[in-house]
Design a protein around this ligand. Structure first.
Ligand code: F0G
Length: 432
């Protein structure tokens, strides 16, 4: 066996064939820890480059291409892969200029099979569920995890169960979970309560929990960093910038970068910048006190994906920030929706939470934290179609408290050439 489960706080070990998320001794979060000596002898840049372009499963997946660093011992026939990953790294001059950096790449994780980065974690988690012989998997979700779980459970022949809050769930995400056949339950509670409930229900019924407290989810999500570094010819950028909600992604990024650096796959560690919505900013508040205090908050933001007040991966995210000398910033709903409108109008598009990355880069450049000559990789976490209501309401000026600074209004016309001509003579495309 090349991996164990290890408590991040007390170091206690457990075998990987256990259904557990926290340490039985101290309650700390668990990592999947791989045998680094074996990895050092096994993997290299060339080793992974040889698999690029493979047509065969599992290496045609942007997660399983790095199998040795994700879940080395799982038999290939148990892997549930769509295949995910292989997402583009966009470089769009107008967004780079707006952000104010030398080089800005946007890695679009919304271009995964179900439209978010969760697929990278879900292929890991659902595969582990199959390796454990478990038939039922569940999560609480602000939307994307539920869509991904529903799809991967169905695809892998498992039963999926998803808990939502009963308001503010983006339409695209809800539709996906129902369409893919999961048991969907709307609960009169917010995400933070639902995650407690799903853990209790999981324990009571022996259902495997696939929220990002599950360490195999995070192993899959590490591949966002592996793939980005490989796309950059293994030349690490100065910064990785991503939104922060439950803090699974940023935790996975820290672990991935730490491991890649330790194995010599990259020569330097990029710094991670985690961007929170101002109305859901417990990590930012804690960062301001140098992580001496942590207080959950009541979360409210237009970016419903990250409407989270008590992130389960807080400690792992702090570890990632310490490893990479990272930083935390917050952006308000106005900044989020304006940055989204700018990303959308380049033809790339994303959901509101994803736009934290671009808004955050600009803010950190203005503050002098990110230097104008530096290279930044921003993560776009979800697809533009996930939250059509937020997009349409923004452009119609119907989002409460938010001004559409980059509007694209919808015209109404009579079915006549005269009416159409009048519109076309005065209408201007917002595209720069
Ligand atoms: N962006 C999107 C589009 C998300 O869906 C999420 C999380 C995040 C960012 C934040 O990532 O939790 O790893 O810090 N969505 C979860 C869900 C919570 O239930 O779909 P994180």
């Amino acid at each position: 066996m090349h991996s164990i489960l290890q408590c991040m706080d007390c170091g206690q070990h457990y075998p990987v064939d256990r259904m557990m998320y926290t340490c039985e001794h101290c309650g700390g979060l668990l990592d999947v820890q791989h045998d680094m000596d074996w990895l050092r002898k096994t993997v290299s840049r060339e080793f992974f480059d040889k698999r690029l372009g493979s047509l065969d499963a599992p290496y045609n997946s942007g997660v399983w291409r790095y199998k040795e660093m994700v879940y080395p011992d799982v038999p290939d026939e148990l892997i549930v892969s769509r295949p995910e990953g292989n997402t583009p790294l966009y470089s769009q001059p107008s967004l780079t200029a707006w952000a104010g950096v030398g080089k800005l790449y946007l890695k679009h994780e919304g271009e995964n099979p179900t439209g978010s980065f969760k697929d990278r974690g879900m292929t890991g988690g659902v595969t582990h569920a199959r390796a454990l012989g478990i038939k039922r998997v569940a999560c609480a979700s602000t939307g994307n995890t539920s869509a991904s779980l529903a799809a991967y459970a169905a695809f892998g022949g498992l039963n999926g169960i998803v808990f939502f809050q009963n308001k503010q769930i983006a339409l695209g995400k809800l539709a996906q979970a129902i369409a893919y056949g999961a048991i969907g339950i709307q609960i009169n509670a917010d995400f933070d309560r639902n995650i407690q409930l799903v853990r209790e229900v999981g324990e009571k019924f022996g259902i495997y929990i696939l929220n990002s407290i599950n360490p195999f989810r995070l192993e899959g999500q590490k591949s966002i960093m592996f793939e980005a570094m490989q796309q950059l010819r293994w030349k690490a950028p100065d910064w990785i910038v991503c939104p922060g909600g439950n803090l699974g992604n940023s935790s996975a990024f820290g672990k991935a970068l730490y491991e890649m650096h330790a194995l010599g796959l990259i020569d330097k560690l990029p710094s991670i910048a985690i961007i929170q919505a101002e109305g859901a900013n417990p990590l930012y508040r804690s960062y301001e006190s140098h992580f001496e205090h942590f207080e959950p908050v009541h979360a409210e933001t237009v970016a419903t994906a990250i409407k989270i007040g008590n992130p389960v991966n807080f400690k792992k995210a702090v570890r990632a920030l310490r490893w990479t000398e990272g930083t935390v910033e917050q952006v308000d709903d106005q900044e989020i929706m304006d940055a989204k409108a700018l990303i959308d109008r380049t033809g790339i598009g994303c959901e509101p939470a994803s736009a934290c990355s671009l808004a955050g880069v600009q803010k950190l450049v203005k503050q002098g934290v990110i230097k104008p000559h530096e290279t930044v990789v921003g993560i776009l976490t979800g697809h533009v179609l996930k939250d059509p209501e937020a997009t349409i309401d923004y452009h119609n000026g119907k989002l409460e408290g938010i001004v559409a600074n980059y509007p694209n209004r919808l015209y109404q016309s009579e079915p006549t050439i005269e009416s159409l001509s009048r519109i076309l003579e005065q209408a201007q495309s917002p595209v720069q």
